[in-house]
Design a protein around this ligand. Structure first.
Ligand code: NAD
Ligand code: DAU
Length: 348
């Protein structure tokens, strides 16, 4: 194996798809997955690749500087794909500090290890995975470009914006070879059922209320997770060092339209009708951004990336996966998670 890559947050939703792609597509890479296994990390997501020779899991915190430094030295890490984060906006409203700890301090800790261990090497890359939420809300028909001013509105997006600024600062100050991508809302297999789509899939299966915040007028730009992974793969290998790239699905939907579409798809698959009657309009999220919409022409023009699925096709695949993996849903929604989940959605 000729190159060791550290992937952080590889037991989470997007990270597990990234790990699978890199482990299976690049047998010459040694893939090290560093994950703390918070409520959002689940090694079940990686059952099919855990025995591959080029894969190694390390349970640990990205804030642990000694551990991170040891990993850089022991494996001679040449690339980092940094996904570990606290990722859920609602949780950031009830517990902002843990977002600063992981998303800001954890990122700076990884950057420090890269600076200390890479010196002036040019064949290394620190690739930071970020979000379109750093840009705040945008009115139609405008789109977020790579030069849109940062304007984060939630503790989550403020912490991600801060981490992006540190990554860019380390490029300018220490000449660390970095790359950043800012992506829109992902969905697909293995997404923890606290995010809109898996919450609704789980609740439709169990005939429970579908909580739609406010009037459901908020717009998100949805991207199937495998399409995000294809973009990450391209950028890691062909992206320009020091640059930012926006990634989006070109699939803008109002939440209420998305939930109605999901009800139709699931009713058809479950041979039922009327799931839309489960929709309940609930108290809005504080500081709720009205609209996100991405212009991804830079990655499209420079690297030829395109999203391969529209929302209907992606939801179809996603629903099939959840229906075939009800035991996964059962595991992640049982115990401590169920308490938080119920508190969050039904007791306000
Ligand atoms: P997730 O919540 O599903 O997974 C996060 C993973 O990070 C988990 O496995 C968790 O155990 C791990 N983790 C958390 N804190 C850690 C720590 N201190 N040390 C080590 N590991 C830790 O998140 P996701 O939705 O897969 O998002 C992954 C990344 O992509 C995040 O950086 C997020 O900001 C970004 N992103 C997500 C989306 C989306 O729609 N989900 C869109 C754009 C960008
Ligand atoms: O835009 C990228 C971001 O997308 C990522 O950076 C975040 O990590 C990811 O969590 C996601 O953030 P959102 O807040 O957009 O995703 P969420 O699934 O929580 O909510 C999507 C929309 O649906 C949002 O407008 C809030 C609304 N919503 C959400 C939930 C969980 C509801 O109406 N009801 C719900 O129960």
């Amino acid at each position: 194996m000729n190159k060791a890559i550290l992937i952080t947050g590889g037991a989470g939703f997007i990270g597990s798809h990234v790990i699978r792609k890199f482990v299976l597509s690049y047998p010459d890479y040694q893939i090290i997955n560093l994950d703390k296994l918070t409520y959002a990390g689940n090694l079940e997501n990686l059952n099919d690749v855990e025995h591959q020779d080029n894969y190694q899991f390390i349970k640990g915190d990205i804030e642990d500087s000694k551990l991170v430094d040891n990993l850089f030295v022991e494996y001679s890490i040449k690339g980092v794909i940094h996904l570990a984060a606290e990722s859920h906006v609602d949780r950031s409203i009830s517990d902002p500090l843990s977002f600063i700890q992981t998303n800001v301090l954890g990122t700076v800790n990884l950057l420090n290890a890269a600076v200390q261990n890479w010196h002036a090497q040019t064949d290394c890359l620190f690739y930071h995975i970020s979000t379109d939420e750093v840009y705040g809300s945008i009115t139609a028909p405008d789109l977020f470009t790579e030069s849109t001013t940062y304007d984060p509105n939630s503790p989550y997006s403020a912490s991600k914006a801060s981490s992006d600024h540190f990554v860019r600062a380390y490029y300018n100050t220490y000449k660390l070879p970095v790359l950043i991508s800012n992506c829109s809302n992902n969905y697909g297999p293995c997404q923890f059922p606290e995010k809109l789509i898996p919450v609704c899939i789980n609740n439709i299966i169990n005939k429970k209320p579908l909580p739609v915040y406010g009037k459901g007028e908020n717009v998100r730009d949805w991207l199937y997770v495998e399409d995000h992974v294809a973009a990450i793969d391209l950028l890691f290998h062909q992206g320009k060092v020091g640059e930012t790239y926006n990634i989006g699905g070109d699939n803008q939907f109002k939440n209420i339209d998305l939930v109605n579409l999901l009800c139709q798809i699931m009713d058809q698959k479950l041979d039922r009708s009327g799931s839309e009657h489960l929709i309940e309009f609930v108290t809005d999220r504080p500081g709720h951004d009205l609209r996100y919409a991405i212009d991804s022409s830079k990655i499209q023009d420079e690297l030829g990336w395109r999203p391969s699925l529209d929302l209907k096709e992606g939801l179809d695949k996603t629903v099939d996966w959840y229906l075939e993996n009800e035991d996964w849903l059962e595991h992640v929604t049982s115990g401590q998670y169920q308490t938080y989940y119920q508190e969050q959605y039904f007791n306000r």
